[in-house]
Design a protein around this ligand. Structure first.
Ligand SMILES: [Zn+2]
Length: 80
């Protein structure tokens, strides 16, 4: 959980074992969050834990479980 995360639009990206990237776009509509998968067109809305839902879809539908930012998780780091 990053304390300074932009709260507007977001994209959850995961890579599958074939090296393909899958993106789920997260948009806010009032209290609702709409999830929109760029790979297969899957859409849903979630009020709670939208990122977890996106990750579940990516893992279940696309076997995409590799987090490109994984190693840097919890350690904000800006290369300069
Ligand atoms: Zn999908």
């Amino acid at each position: 959980m990053a304390p300074t995360q932009p709260a507007t639009a977001d994209t959850i990206s995961r890579w599958d074992q074939h090296g393909r990237r899958h993106d789920v776009h997260l948009r806010r509509h009032g209290v609702h969050r709409t999830l929109d998968c760029a790979t297969c067109g899957w859409r849903t809305s979630a009020r709670l834990l939208p990122r977890a839902k996106a990750e579940q879809h990516l893992a279940g539908a696309h076997q995409a479980t590799i987090d490109p930012g994984g190693p840097r998780r919890g350690a904000p780091h800006t290369p300069s």
